[in-house]
Design a protein around this ligand. Structure first.
Ligand code: ATP
Length: 560
C-alpha cells in the first residue's frame, strides 16, 4: 500500500498537469492497440482450431483459404506490435522530459535547494542518477507493466470463456461418489498458476532490496570515477594513481558483491520461471489428454485448448513474469520518493531585508559551526554604496563562513543582517565547458549581452588575448591559469554590475600589480557598488575604505 501511494505521488503531477492532454491521447491510442492485439489473438485461436481440423479432414480448399487468412492476421499483428512500441517510446520521452524539467527545477531552484541540501548534509546519494536514470526507469517500467497488465486482463477475459467452453465437464469417481467439474481446464489453469505465483514470490522477495542496492552502488562507482577525472591533475602531480586505483577497486568490489547476490537470486528465480514457461506449453495437453483419448475432442480442439490454456495461464502469470520489473520499479520509486522528500524538507532561510541607502550591507551577528562551536562575531559591520571594506584574520577563523552567512546560505548564526542584492565569489571557482562569452556573462544569458560589453570587460581585467575567443567552447577550468580564472571573475562582475560584491580571496593567485589593478578597476568601473572582501594580501589593504581585523575584532580606519 505504501508503495502504491508513493508511486501515485510521483506520477500524479504529470497526469494532472496541463501538458498531460497529448500524452493522454497517446496513451489511449496505445491501449486501443493493446485491445486490438488481444482481439487478433482471439481470431488466431479460432484460426488454429479451423486449420488443424481441416488438416485432420484433409480438406484442401479450406487449408488454402485459411493460409490466406493467416497472412492477413500475421500482417495485422506485426503492424500493431511495431506501432504500439513506437508510440510507447514517444509517450516515454514526452513524460520523461516533463518530469526531468520539474525535478531539475526543484533541485536547481532559485532558492538554491541543491546547495542548502548539501550544507545541511541531507543530500541523498547521487542526485544525478535520480534525475537521469531513475525517472527514465520509472516511466519505462510503468508503461511496460501497465500495458502488459491490461493485455493480461483482456486476454484473460477473452480466453477464459473459450477455455471454459472447450474443456467441457470432467467426471470422476472419488470415495464411492460421482464428481462432475464443469470447465475443469479453467480450474486446472487457476490452480497451476496460483502455485507458480506463490513460489515466485517466495524466491524473488529479496530482489527489491538487492536492486535498490545495485542502483546505489553503480552510481557511487560512477561518481567516484567522475571525481577522479575532475581531479586528474592533482592525482598525477602527487603520483596518487596507485592509491586511487585501490579506492576505485574497493568501490567496484561493492558493485560486484551485490551483483553476485543479485545473480544468485535471479538464477533461482530463472530456474523456476524458465521451467514454468516450458512446462506451461505441455501442461494443457497433459491435462486434456483424457478427453482427447476418449474421443470427446478432436486434434483441432486439443490445439485450441492448448493455446487458450497458455493464454489464460500467461495472463494469470503476469505477476510471475513481471516480478523482476516490479522489484526494479519498487526500488526506483523508493529512490525518487526519498529525493522528493529531502527536497521538500529543506528549511529555507528568509530573504534578507534591504538596508536603508546608502548602506548596502549592515550586520551584527555571531557565526557558529554548530551548537558547540562558535566562529567569529561582527558588530555593526557596515558597507556603504561605493565603499570597499576588507576583512583580514587568521586561517580557519570563519571568514568564508561569514561571507556564506551574508549571502544567505549559512543558517548557523545568531543576530541579524540586511543587504542589497549581491554576488558572492567563493574561493573555489566554477567554470563549465562552454563558450567564453557565456562564462563572462554568467549568471545572465550570453544572448542578453552584446559582444562589445564582454570585450571591454576582458580588456579592463587584462585578458586582452582572449577577446577573440568569445565564441570558443573550451574546458576553461583547465585551460586558464588560476590567476586568469580570477581575472575572469572580475570581468564577470563588471558585466553583471551587482550592487553588493562579496569576494573571498579572489585575488590570491594574482601578483601584486595585477591584484591592485583588479581592485582599482572595480572601483572605477562600478563606483556605486559596495565591496566586502576577504584578503590576506597586505598590498591591497591600503586600497580599502576600511580594514577590519577579525583577529582583534576591531575596525582599522584606512583611506577616506
Ligand atoms: N560546511 C561546513 N560544515 C562544517 N564545518 C565547516 C563548514 N564550512 C566551514 N566549516 C568550519 O568552519 C571553520 C571556519 O572555516 P572558514 O572556511 O570559514 O574559515 P576561513 O577563515 O575562511 O579560513 P581560510 O582563511 O583558511 O579560508 C573551519 O574550521 C571549518 O572546518
Amino acid at each position: 500500500m505504501n508503495f502504491l501511494s508513493q508511486y501515485w505521488q510521483l506520477i500524479k503531477p504529470f497526469w494532472l498537469s496541463k501538458q498531460r492532454l497529448p500524452s493522454l491521447g497517446l496513451l489511449l491510442v496505445i491501449i486501443s492497440m493493446t485491445f486490438g492485439s488481444v482481439w487478433l489473438s482471439v481470431q488466431f485461436n479460432q484460426w488454429n482450431g479451423d486449420f488443424y481440423n481441416a488438416l485432420q479432414q484433409l480438406d484442401g480448399s479450406s487449408i488454402y483459404r485459411l493460409l490466406g487468412q493467416f497472412v492477413l492476421l500475421i500482417g495485422s499483428l506485426i503492424l500493431v506490435a511495431v506501432y504500439s512500441s513506437y508510440l510507447q517510446k514517444k509517450l516515454l520521452i514526452d513524460w520523461r522530459t516533463w518530469m526531468t524539467e520539474q525535478l531539475t527545477a526543484q533541485w536547481l531552484s532559485d532558492q538554491h535547494h541543491h546547495y542548502h541540501m548539501k550544507l545541511a548534509q541531507t543530500e541523498p546519494d547521487n542526485p544525478d542518477q535520480r534525475i537521469a536514470e531513475d525517472i527514465y526507469l520509472l516511466i519505462d517500467l510503468s508503461l511496460d507493466l501497465l500495458l502488459s497488465f491490461l493485455r493480461s486482463v483482456l486476454t484473460l477475459g477473452s480466453f477464459v470463456t473459450i477455455l471454459w467452453n472447450l474443456s467441457g465437464e470432467m467426471s470422476f469417481n472419488l470415495a464411492g461418489q460421482e464428481w462432475h467439474i464443469p470447465g475443469y481446464m479453467v480450474w486446472m489453469c487457476i490452480a497451476y498458476t496460483l502455485v507458480g505465483t506463490a513460489i515466485t514470490h517466495w524466491i524473488g522477495k529479496p530482489l527489491q532490496r538487492l536492486n535498490f542496492n545495485q542502483q546505489k552502488r553503480e552510481a557511487d562507482f560512477r561518481a567516484a570515477l567522475i571525481e577522479r577525472r575532475e581531479n586528474s591533475e592533482m592525482i598525477g602531480a602527487q603520483r596518487g594513481e596507485a592509491i586511487e586505483r585501490e579506492a576505485l577497486g574497493t568501490k567496484f568490489t561493492f558493485v560486484a558483491q551485490n551483483w553476485y547476490k543479485l545473480m544468485v537470486k535471479e538464477r533461482n528465480l530463472g530456474f523456476f520461471t524458465v521451467g514454468y514457461a516450458q512446462v506451461s506449453s505441455l501442461a494443457p495437453i497433459f491435462f486434456a489428454l483424457p478427453q482427447f483419448l476418449a474421443g470427446i475432442i478432436q486434434l483441432g480442439g486439443l490445439m485450441q485448448i492448448k493455446m487458450a490454456f497458455m493464454q489464460v495461464s500467461g495472463s494469470l502469470s503476469w505477476f510471475i513474469y513481471s516480478y523482476r520489473d516490479l522489484a526494479k520499479l519498487s526500488a526506483t520509486v523508493e529512490r525518487l520518493t526519498t529525493f522528493n522528500l529531502k527536497l521538500h524538507d529543506i528549511e529555507l532561510p528568509s530573504t534578507a531585508k534591504h538596508p536603508i541607502a546608502p548602506k548596502a550591507l549592515r550586520a551584527t551577528l555571531r557565526v557558529h559551526v554548530d551548537h558547540e562551536r562558535s566562529l567569529l562575531e561582527v558588530n555593526n559591520l557596515v558597507v556603504e554604496q561605493g565603499q570597499i571594506v576588507m576583512l583580514k584574520g587568521r586561517s580557519g577563523l570563519g571568514k568564508s563562513s561569514l561571507l556564506r552567512t551574508l549571502s544567505g546560505f549559512w543558517p548557523n548564526f545568531i543576530g541579524e543582517y540586511q543587504r542589497t542584492d549581491s554576488i558572492w565569489v567563493p574561493q573555489k571557482l566554477y567554470l563549465t565547458t562552454t563558450s567564453l562569452k557565456a562564462l563572462v556573462c554568467y549568471p545572465q544569458s550570453a544572448n542578453n549581452i552584446d559582444d562589445q560589453t564582454c570585450i571591454d570587460a576582458l580588456q579592463q581585467v587584462g585578458l586582452n588575448a582572449l577577446t577573440t575567443s568569445l565564441d570558443s567552447v573550451e574546458t576553461w577550468s583547465s585551460k586558464l591559469s588560476g590567476g586568469e580564472q580570477q581575472r575572469l571573475m572580475f570581468a564577470r562582475l563588471l558585466v553583471n554590475k551587482p550592487p553588493l560584491i562579496l569576494l573571498d580571496e579572489t585575488t590570491s593567485s594574482l601578483d601584486q600589480s595585477a591584484a591592485t589593478l583588479m581592485i582599482k578597476t572595480l572601483k572605477h568601473a562600478l563606483p556605486n557598488s559596495a565591496v566586502l572582501m576577504v584578503s590576506h594580501q597586505p598590498e591591497l589593504w591600503a586600497m580599502a575604505d576600511r580594514l577590519i581585523d577579525l583577529d582583534n575584532q576591531s575596525p582599522v580606519a584606512l583611506g577616506a
